[in-house]
Design a binder for this molecule. Structure first.
Ligand SMILES: Cc1c2[nH]c(c1CCC(=O)O)Cc1[nH]c(c(CCC(=O)O)c1C)Cc1[nH]c(c(CCC(=O)O)c1C)Cc1[nH]c(c(C)c1CCC(=O)O)C2
Length: 351
């Protein structure tokens, strides 16, 4: 890539410092979905990889697309290229990605929940661990490597509905109708996810992130029961077996629930979607944890002075505390690369 030293991450890595509790100015920066279709070099690898899951399970190709945005933009962290739905796949469920439509799974019922194959996390996901190991070898030491999984609730929404759905009605219906079966599904995903994350750490991941993209579909008590509680159990297991590996939680759409989420899970950092008011985040959340976010991905599509103002507002409000600059959700395919360059330059010079 360049002449930089590679191998295990340096203790003075900017992202690791913020996660350990020290504000860093300008803040470390990476973008959710930074490896993806807005990059021509990603589209080239994707086109020759076969299916999306083939790409996730090809260590050489998955490592290559993980490195692409690091080469181009020099982000402070690389995120393993994979998907949250490799876990249901490993548990023996059918998972497909349909071009232009998204994921398709065979919807699960109570019998299917009992039949989940827990061995798959070790065996079927071995190529993912190989990707992690390659990445930690190939990445510059100043770049942290983030491993991840989906939160049990978000993964369960795809397993129950068989696809994405706007307000998770099929899953809320399932959980309300048969809470015992839903509990069982969540339990099995807690065990599988903690195991999956620990194997990523063993292979070389420096930081872990848990994506609860649909946490916002849950009401107050259900949010605690199905989002915060299961994530707390994963964090507890990971902490016990891998002390010192920081965990970022991202309960998207949690709103006022974010403070309870932080207190209950004890994550080192919390991801903020673009709807979270910055003053609330500064006053109520930043004293408890590092914050990651929360630029609206649509503002990055628009660019120009609109982008500059939004970047400056985040830096002004959150920049003197523990902050990891990021988007409020994944970068979208129509984002111009020049706007990402502009963002990086502005964050690096401190707004
Ligand atoms: C809900 C969820 C999924 N996957 C993920 C989430 C949680 C984060 C979020 O809310 O976005 C997480 C994810 N998915 C992907 C990554 C890779 C690392 C990175 O962020 O760069 C990560 C961290 C690759 C991907 N995962 C997917 C793509 C696009 C597919 C392609 O390139 O053909 C990528 C780059 C496919 C995917 N995967 C998923 C959906 C709904 C889709 C279809 C939507 C789409 O097409 O953008 C499930």
């Amino acid at each position: 890539m360049d002449g930089k030293p590679r191998g295990s991450v340096r203790a003075d890595n900017r992202l690791m410092r913020v996660l350990a509790g020290t504000p860093v100015a300008p803040p470390p920066l990476w973008l959710m979905r930074q490896a993806g279709r807005y990059l021509p070099e990603y589209r080239a690898v994707r086109a020759e990889a076969g299916s999306f899951l083939d790409l996730c399970f090809s260590p050489a190709k998955a490592a290559e697309v993980t490195l692409q945005p690091i080469r181009r933009f020099g982000f402070d962290a690389a995120i393993l290229f994979s998907d949250i739905l490799v876990v249901p796949h490993a548990l023996g469920r059918t998972v497909r990605f349909v071009e232009g439509e998204g994921p398709r799974l065979e919807p699960i019922d109570a019998a299917g929940i009992e039949a989940l194959d827990e061995e798959g996390i070790a065996t079927r996901l071995a190529p993912v661990y190989e990707t992690v190991a390659r990445l930690r070898q190939d990445l510059p030491r100043e770049t942290a490597l983030i491993g991840f999984c989906g939160a049990p609730f978000t993964v369960a929404t795809y397993m129950v509905a068989g696809k994405g759905s706007p307000d998770q009605a099929p899953t809320r219906l399932f959980a309300a109708r048969d809470p015992a079966a839903f509990d069982r599904l969540i339990d099995r995903l807690v065990t599988a996810s903690a195991d999956y994350l620990l194997r990523q750490v063993a292979a070389g991941a420096d930081v872990l992130m848990i994506f609860d993209s649909w946490a916002g579909a849950l009401g107050g008590d259900d949010f605690l029961r199905w989002s915060a509680e299961p994530i707390a159990r994963i964090v507890e297991t990971v902490r016990a077996a891998a002390p010192g590996v920081p965990v970022i939680g991202f309960p998207k759409g949690a709103g006022l629930g974010l403070e309870t989420f932080l207190r209950r899970t004890g994550v080192d950092a919390v991801g903020l979607d673009w709807t979270v008011p910055l003053e609330f985040a500064r006053d109520r959340l930043q004293p408890l944890a590092a914050l990651q976010g929360n630029l609206d991905p649509m503002v990055l599509v628009v660019g120009g002075a609109t982008l500059d103002r939004a970047v400056d507002r985040i830096l002004e409000t959150l920049g003197s505390g523990r902050l990891i600059f990021n988007l409020g959700h994944g970068i979208v395919p129509e984002t111009p690369i020049a706007h990402v360059e502009r963002l990086v330059e502005r964050v690096r010079r401190g707004g």
